[in-house]
Design a protein around this ligand. Structure first.
Ligand code: DHB
Ligand code: MG
Length: 222
């Protein structure tokens, strides 16, 4: 009953406030037809990512965890022509679907998909002196969040914004004794943020068609 209401409000927000975007619908349709798990960000959160990239004036965006490319297209839409979005994934099915989605929607020149274990790709990016990013969206394996964050900090500069998805987990984030590696990953990432004087952060809990979850928003201080 409650989730039904949250879903209806998500639909209301989408219909009332979002412009129609055939590209985003196409990405969701392709992802569904390819039987990807429906764990993409919701339409309002996708739009929120777009708004954050747009309002911050980000030009270089890094995404960890591509899935079918829905969030990547949401963010790429907000970039100028000179912008660049690098997205990392290791799953062959996701890679195939996302590449098709980037091609079909005309974003293949702005979005670059780097294949492989994200932790390896991130280490390689650091080793080769990748230009720092303005905005980073963390959405891959939750147990690896602490390690992703450490790599991402090295790919950041003052003002870089890092948004990590799925950090409330239906409230399970409260459970320090959880045997869920995802909960422990999120909690350890929060400890790192708390103890790193370079970072300022908050987390927002969300409800919607995907239930009760949330995201953590961190910023590298000036
Ligand atoms: C899962 C992963 C996600 O990134 C998400 O937003 C929801 C669910 C999952 O692995 O179950
Ligand atoms: Mg997610």
């Amino acid at each position: 009953m409650t989730e039904d209401l949250w879903t209806k409000v998500d639909e209301y927000i989408t219909e009332t406030l979002h412009e129609d975007d055939p590209n985003l619908e196409h990405v969701l349709k392709n992802s569904g037809e390819a039987r990807l798990p429906p764990i993409n960000v919701s339409k309002p959160i996708g739009r929120f990512l777009y708004m954050l990239v747009k309002t911050s004036g980000a030009v270089r965006v890094l995404e960890i965890g591509t899935l079918g490319g829905y969030s990547a297209v949401c963010m790429a839409k907000a970039l100028p022509e000179s912008g660049r979005l690098i997205t990392l994934d290791n799953n062959p099915v996701c890679i195939r679907v996302a590449r098709k989605n980037f091609r079909d929607t005309g974003f293949e020149n702005i979005i670059e998909l780097r294949e492989g274990e994200a932790l390896d790709t991130l280490a390689a990016m650091n080793a080769t002196g990748e230009t720092p990013f303005d905005f980073i969206f963390l959405d891959a394996n939750k147990p690896d969040y602490p390690d992703y964050l450490e790599h991402c900090l090295k790919l950041s500069k003052p003002g870089t914004v890092i948004l990590a998805d799925n950090t409330v987990r239906g409230g399970d984030v409260l459970n320090a004794d959880s045997d869920d590696y995802s909960v422990q990953g999120v909690r350890r990432m929060h400890e790192i943020i708390k103890n790193d004087p370079r970072l300022e952060a908050t987390a927002i809990q969300t409800v919607g068609e995907k239930g009760h979850d949330g995201f953590t928003l961190a910023r590298v201080k000036d």
